[in-house]
Design a protein around this ligand. Structure first.
Ligand code: PTJ
Length: 253
């Protein structure tokens, strides 16, 4: 384990170094694969370019995503190794606030990691974690990677799926199955961000706590008000403006 006390709190990059240590600690305990460290580095580069803060466009996407989760009949949150290392408690809180199920879905799938991620989520308050164990998984049509294996009671049946931190073809395949997909991805050009119904272009360590807070507030509202928030949201406008931030261009507010 790396001792995060070694980072002085007044260090200009203290926050992002502490986040990096969540990943390296996750790698040392077996939650995170080595490829997950590379994926995190890619995320860090984009975070630097967006100024390491949540934009107004990401806040709008968070509002729309909370509304969609609250309106869903069967929402499911998909958790990979990086997500389990970075924000397990917040994922459990989000599942609670939005009555979502939690499912482990791994690119580098093995039983040991499935159980480790389940254990981490349960330690953080989860009751049931899908996508783990000996049960027969079903397959998402069109996909060849391990991400195609989904729980028959979870992602396979879901109407809304939250798939944070993955760049791949699963989002399009889920959309082809008539599901709505929400993602958090710092890279607005990733295949997942480009194809999702709602793309939150932000660091997961900032956006999931914000999703929890927003869902707690929005669940007091009527379904019609939530629908209004959703209908006013335009994902292309959100992605275009997030790209402008990265390019240092003036944004439409
Ligand atoms: O745990 P597994 O086996 O499922 O493997 C997980 C990884 C992350 C290795 C796997 O899903 C993967 O290879 O991911 P990708 O395809 O590299 O995609 C990760 C995406 O997440 C990239 O577009 C990154 O920019 C983005 N990203 C990385 N860290 C963050 C992030 N987005 C938001 N917040 C972050 N902290």
């Amino acid at each position: 384990m790396i001792d995060t006390d070694l980072i002085p709190s007044n260090h200009p990059r203290a926050k992002s170094l502490a986040i990096r240590h969540l990943l390296t600690n996750g790698f040392n305990s077996g939650l995170v694969v080595s490829e997950g460290l590379i994926a995190h580095g890619r995320g860090e580069a984009f975070d630097y370019l967006i100024g390491e803060k949540t934009s107004t466009f990401a806040l709008d996407a968070i509002k729309a995503a909370s509304s969609l989760l609250l309106l869903a009949e069967k929402p499911v949150i998909s958790v990979n190794g990086n997500v389990a290392a970075l924000c397990p408690k917040e994922i459990v809180d989000l599942a609670y606030e939005t009555s979502s199920s939690i499912e482990v879905n791994l690119f580098y799938r093995n039983k040991k990691r499935e159980y480790l991620i389940e254990e981490t989520l349960k330690k953080n308050g989860a009751n049931v974690v899908l996508g783990v164990g000996q049960k027969e998984f079903l397959k998402i049509p069109e996909l060849t990677s391990n991400r195609r294996h989904v729980d028959p009671e979870g992602i396979f049946l879901a109407d809304v799926v939250f798939v944070p931190l993955e760049d791949g073809d699963r989002t399009q395949a889920l959309i082809n199955m008539h599901k709505k997909v929400i993602t958090v991805d710092l890279n607005p050009l990733s295949r997942t961000a480009q194809n999702a119904t709602i793309s939150i272009i932000d660091n997961i360590v900032r956006s999931v706590p914000e999703l929890v807070k927003t869902s707690r507030q929005l669940k007091q509202k009527s379904p019609n008000s939530l629908l209004k928030i959703l209908n006013n949201f335009n994902n292309k406008y959100n992605i275009d403006n997030s790209l402008k931030i990265i390019r240092g261009l003036k944004c439409e507010q």
